[in-house]
Design a protein around this ligand. Structure first.
Ligand code: HEC
Length: 104
């Protein structure tokens, strides 16, 4: 399972990233969020509902003290109620930027 997602992630990294690897890209983060987070979180305004009790990204994006750097760090650490998605640093940064954009 972990191996498979690692392989999948490297495929995504090879095929899915036309942008330079270092630039933070909220739009790319939105694509990743819809793919990996939407089962449990409402990740965008046009998503009606999600499966779990996890907070919608519009709420998370407004949380005081949860700046982009903290969000990215959170996403890189295993979290008890969330699967370990083994995101790369660039992916975590993109998703964090996207979550932040949803909180505005
Ligand atoms: C299997 C369901 C599930 C998936 C998939 C999932 N989450 Fe979560 N997430 C949760 C739950 C449940 C919580 C609340 C955890 C808690 O209360 O301790 C949470 C909490 C969070 C928080 C912290 C919010 C807070 O209250 O401090 C962030 C940030 C977050 N998720 C981001 C993401 C991102 C980004 C993704 C996709 C890469 C993702 N989650 C995928 C279930 C999930």
């Amino acid at each position: 399972m972990i191996r498979n997602s690692a392989i999948l992630l490297s495929l995504v990294a090879v095929m899915g990233l036309p942008h330079s690897a270092s630039a933070v890209d909220a739009a790319q983060g939105g694509v990743l969020a819809k793919r990996w987070c939407a089962a449990c979180h409402v990740v965008s305004a046009d998503q009606a509902s999600a499966g779990g009790q996890a907070a919608p990204f519009s709420t998370i994006g407004k949380m005081a003290g949860l700046d982009t750097a903290r969000l990215a760090l959170f996403l890189l650490l295993p979290h008890p109620k969330m699967p370990d998605m083994s995101l790369s640093r660039a992916e975590a940064a993109d998703i964090a930027a996207y979550i932040h954009s949803q909180g505005r």
